[in-house]
Design a protein around this ligand. Structure first.
Ligand SMILES: Nc1ncnc2c1ncn2[C@@H]1O[C@H](COP(=O)(O)OP(=O)(O)OP(=O)(O)O)[C@@H](O)[C@H]1O
Ligand SMILES: [Zn+2]
Ligand SMILES: [Zn+2]
Length: 730
C-alpha cells in the first residue's frame, strides 16, 4: 500500500481526524495497521508519534502529502479489533480517536529511551517504550566458568565489596558487569487453594455459560452464593482451550482477596493491573500480556484494554458498581465495553452481582439475553436478618450518639463472643443536603423529585438539575421544629468515638485516608481476615465482595445518606449498598445480623432491601424511571461548562443554551443551564446543561461540535466537557 491514514499524538480537538501520509518506497510492505510510527507534523515538520489506522493505494491530491519517517516497531500496538472498538467509543462516548487509543496503550510506550530516529527497516520486533534495566554481575572462577549471578545490591549486601575491589575483580576477569532488562512485576505467590466441590447451582451456571451459543450472561446471585468459584471454573475451562481471561473488580480494596484466590488456584501467569501501579510497572505488565506470557488479568476497568490475543472470558464482578464508569475522557462504562468487546472478540462476558444495575437488568431482559439466578448461599448459610432502627426515635429517646442503643448492645455482645463486626459509613452522603433530624424531612425540588443542595456561597437551596432555588431556613416546613441540619460525619470521628465506647476492642479502619500507601489494602484485609482486629470501620470500600466468615454483625450508620444526593440513581444506589453491606454478615457457619440505622424508614429502596426483594425494587424503580424519562427509558447527555471568569461563563452558557434549545428543544428535554452541584473547583466556575430523551448518536455528535465551537469562539476561556449517561452529576 502506498498511503496510510494516521492519528497523530496531539491532544487538540481540532486534530481529531485521520491525516494521510505517503509510505516511502523503502518502507512499503513494512507498514501495518495499528503500528506506532513517526511522522513529520505541522509547519516545522517536527517528528511526532502517530498510529496507523487505515491503509490504501488510491488517493487524491498526492503532491502535497508528506512521507512517514519511521516505524517505531514492526509489531502493531493496536489490533484491527481495537480500532473497531475505538471507532465505536468515539461515537458512543463522544471522545477523540487519541483518547480512545490511549486506553489501549501504557503511557510508557511513548516514553523511554529515544533511539536516534533514522530511516531503517526495523527487523526487530521490539516495542518502543520505557523498559527498566539493571546492572548485574556475573562471577567467574579461575577457569572462567560462570558460577553465579548477582544484582548490584545483592553483591554489596552479600560480600560487602567496595567499589574499588569490584573494579579490580572486573579487571582480572572474575567479574563481569552487564545490563539486563528486568520486569517490574509483582511475582508474589500464595498458598495453594484446592478446588471446591461445586454446588448444583454453580454447576448449572457454568454449564449454561459454556454451552450457550450466546456470549453475554448476567449472573444474578445473592451475596455469598459463590460467584467467584464460578468465575474460577470458567477461567480454568478457558485455560484448557488455550484462552485468556480478564476479571474486573470494581474497587482496589477487593483485589487482595481476588488475587489471593486466583493466585492460590492458578499460580503464576497472572497480572494484577490497577491504578496504584507505577507507569513503569504498567508498561511491563502490558508488555508481558502482549508477549503472551499472561493468562489471567485481574484488575480495574483499565484491564479491559490489555492486549490479549485469544481472549476467552471477561468477568465483571459487582457489575453494578459506579466505579466501572470512567470519570475521565473517554467517559466509558466498563460493563458496556465488556459486552461490546465480547461481540467483537467473540468471547464470553459474565456480569456478576447480587444487585444488578437496573439498566443492565433491563437491557438483558429486552434483548432476551441470559440471566442466571442463584438464590441461595453456599452451604445453606442464611441471609442475615436486617433490623431497621429509626434514628428519629433515638433522638426522641434522648440518644444523641450516632450509635443506636440496639447497635451498641449488639456490638458488645459480639465482642464478648469474640466474633467480628463491620461498621459501614456512607461516605458519598457526607455532603451538604438538608434534612430535619426530628421528622426526617428532606428538602426536595418540586420539579425533579431530587434533593436540594445547600450552597454556602449564596446561602440558598438549589436544584442542580433544573436550576430551581429557594432560600434556606432553620425551621422544618413539615413539623415546625428547628432541628434542620446539614449532615457531616466522617469515619475518623466514628473511630474516635468507638474507641472511647469500646476501649478493649481492636479497631481497624479502611477509607481513603488509611489506604494512601500501596500495601495498605492488603495489610488491613489480611489483619482483619486473620482476626487481628474485632471491628472494621469503613466506607464504600468495604461494602461489597469481601468474604470474612467470622463477621456476624454489620452496622450501617446512616443508610439513607445516598438517598439525598441529587441524582436519579440515588434510590438504586441505596438499595444496592444496603444489600451489599448486609451481605458481609453471616457468610460462614455462624448466623449473621444487620442493624440498619436510618432517618427514612419509609423509603421504598430501604423497605425492599430489608426483605432482599430485588425484583420488587426493580419494578417500582422502573416505573419511576419511565415516568421521568430517565435511563433505561431515555438517554442522558450532560454538558459541563467551566470558566475562571464567572460573568463570561454565565453569559456564554445562557447564549449557548438558547441556541441549543432553538435547535433541539422540540425534540429533547433540555434542563438548565444551572450551576453544578459543586459550583467551583480549583478556581473554575462550573455550570451544566442536561439533555434527556431518546438522543440519537448523530444528534449527539452535532451537539458535541456545537459545544466545542462555542468553546473555541471564546479562545478556550470557556472549557467544556461532555458525558453520555453520566454517573456523577455533581
Ligand atoms: N462449592 C462451594 N463449597 C464450599 N464453599 C464454597 C463453594 N463455593 C464458594 N464457597 C465459599 O463461599 C464463600 C462465598 O463465596 P463468594 O465470595 O464467591 O461469594 P459471592 O457470590 O461472590 O458473594 P458477594 O456477592 O458477596 O461477593 C467463600 O468463602 C467461598 O470460598
Ligand atoms: Zn421536621
Ligand atoms: Zn429541579
Amino acid at each position: 500500500m502506498k498511503y496510510c491514514g494516521v492519528i497523530v499524538n496531539n491532544e487538540s480537538i481540532a486534530l481529531d481526524k485521520l491525516f494521510t501520509y505517503r509510505i516511502p518506497e523503502n518502507l512499503r510492505g513494512f507498514v501495518e495497521i495499528g503500528q506506532h510510527i513517526k511522522v513529520p507534523f505541522g509547519k516545522g515538520n517536527k517528528l511526532k508519534d502517530a498510529f496507523v489506522i487505515s491503509m490504501f493505494d488510491e488517493c487524491e491530491n498526492t503532491e502535497k502529502l508528506k512521507e512517514i519517517s519511521d516505524i517505531c516497531a514492526r509489531e502493531p500496538v493496536l489490533s484491527d479489533k481495537n480500532i473497531r472498538l475505538i471507532n465505536l467509543m468515539r461515537k458512543r462516548y463522544l471522545c477523540t480517536y487519541l483518547e480512545g487509543i490511549k486506553l489501549f496503550l501504557p503511557r510508557g510506550l511513548l516514553k523511554g529511551k529515544r533511539e536516534k530516529i533514522k530511516l531503517v527497516l526495523y527487523s526487530n520486533n521490539e516495542l518502543h517504550g520505557k523498559y527498566k534495566e539493571e546492572k548485574y554481575a556475573s562471577i567467574y572462577n579461575t577457569v572462567k566458568e560462570n558460577v553465579a549471578k548477582y544484582s548490584r545490591n545483592e553483591l554489596s549486601k552479600e560480600f560487602d565489596y567496595s567499589l574499588s575491589s569490584i573494579n579490580t575483580l572486573v579487571k582480572h576477569g572474575f567479574l563481569e558487569i552487564k545490563e539486563q532488562r528486568v520486569n517490574r512485576v509483582d511475582e508474589r505467590t500464595f498458598p495453594h487453594l484446592p478446588k471446591k466441590n461445586l454446588t448444583m447451582e454453580q454447576l448449572i451456571a457454568i454449564e449454561e455459560i459454556m454451552t450457550s451459543k450466546r456470549n453475554e450472561f448476567l449472573l444474578h446471585g445473592v451475596t455469598g452464593s459463590g460467584k467467584t468459584e464460578i468465575y474460577m471454573t470458567l477461567v480454568e475451562k478457558m485455560l484448557e482451550k488455550g484462552k485468556q481471561s480478564i476479571i474486573l473488580v470494581p474497587e482496589i480494596a477487593l483485589t487482595p482477596q481476588m488475587v489471593e484466590r486466583f493466585k492460590g488456584r492458578f499460580g503464576k501467569d497472572i497480572t494484577v493491573y490497577h491504578s496504584k501501579l507505577s507507569e513503569g510497572e504498567k508498561f511491563d505488565e502490558w508488555h508481558r500480556v502482549k508477549q503472551g506470557k499472561v493468562k489471567i488479568a485481574i484488575g480495574a476497568r483499565s484491564a479491559l484494554f490489555l492486549p490479549f490475543k485469544e481472549l476467552g472470558l471477561i468477568v465483571v464482578d459487582e457489575e453494578h458498581e459506579s466505579t466501572y464508569k470512567s470519570d475521565s475522557d473517554p467517559k466509558y462504562l466498563a460493563t458496556e465495553i465488556a459486552l461490546i468487546k465480547g461481540n467483537i472478540e467473540n468471547c464470553k462476558v459474565v456480569l456478576g452481582s447480587a444487585t444488578p444495575n437496573i439498566e443492565t437488568y433491563y437491557k438483558f431482559k429486552r434483548n432476551f439475553w441470559k440471566i442466571i439466578s442463584i438464590e441461595k448461599r453456599v452451604d445453606g448459610a442464611e441471609m442475615p436478618e436486617i433490623e431497621l432502627i429509626d434514628m428519629r426515635q433515638e433522638l426522641e429517646n434522648n440518644n444523641k450518639s450516632f450509635l443506636s442503643a440496639k447497635l451498641y448492645e449488639e456490638i458488645n455482645e459480639r465482642l464478648e463472643k469474640k466474633e467480628q463486626i463491620i461498621i459501614f459509613l456512607n461516605r458519598r452522603g457526607f455532603s451538604t443536603f438538608i434534612s430535619c433530624r426530628k421528622c426526617g424531612y428532606v428538602f426536595k425540588c418540586s420539579n425533579c423529585d431530587i434533593s436540594l443542595t445547600y450552597h454556602q456561597k449564596s446561602g440558598m437551596l438549589h436544584c442542580h438539575y433544573c436550576g430551581y432555588k429557594e432560600s434556606s431556613t432553620k425551621i422544618c416546613p413539615e413539623c415546625g421544629s428547628n432541628y434542620v441540619k446539614y449532615f457531616g460525619l466522617g469515619t475518623e470521628k466514628i473511630q474516635d468515638e468507638m474507641e472511647k465506647l469500646f476501649p478493649k476492642a481492636r479497631i481497624l479502619r479502611m477509607d481513603h485516608d488509611t489506604t494512601r500507601n500501596k500495601d495498605a489494602y492488603e495489610n488491613i484485609y489480611s489483619d482483619f481476615k486473620n482476626k487481628k482486629a474485632d471491628i472494621l470501620i469503613g466506607t464504600q470500600m468495604i461494602a461489597k465482595g469481601l468474604d470474612f466468615p467470622d463477621v456476624t454483625l454489620v452496622g450501617i450508620i446512616a443508610a439513607d445518606l445516598t438517598l439525598n444526593l441529587p441524582d436519579f440513581r440515588s434510590n438504586e444506589r441505596t438499595y444496592q449498598l444496603i444489600t451489599q453491606v448486609s451481605g458481609r454478615a453471616g457468610r460462614g457457619a455462624k448466623e449473621g445480623k444487620v442493624i440498619l440505622q436510618t432517618y427514612s424508614p419509609d423509603n421504598y429502596a430501604i423497605l425492599y432491601a430489608l426483605n432482599y426483594d430485588y425484583h420488587g425494587f426493580l419494578e417500582e424503580e422502573l416505573k419511576i424511571r419511565e415516568l421521568m424519562n430517565y435511563p433505561p427509558f431515555g438517554r442522558v447527555m450532560m454538558i459541563n461548562i467551566y470558566s475562571e471568569n464567572e460573568n463570561m461563563l454565565i453569559k456564554g452558557v445562557h447564549e449557548f443554551s438558547h441556541k441549543l434549545k432553538a435547535y433541539y428543544g422540540g425534540k429533547y428535554n433540555i434542563l438548565g443551564p444551572c450551576p453544578s452541584h459543586i459550583s467551583k473547583i480549583k478556581n473554575q466556575f462550573r455550570w451544566q446543561i442536561m439533555i434527556k430523551g431518546n438522543i440519537e448518536y448523530a444528534d449527539a455528535f452535532k451537539i458535541k461540535n456545537m459545544v466545542y465551537d462555542m468553546s473555541k469562539s471564546t479562545y478556550n476561556k470557556i472549557k467544556v466537557g461532555l458525558d453520555m449517561n453520566p454517573y456523577n452529576t455533581l
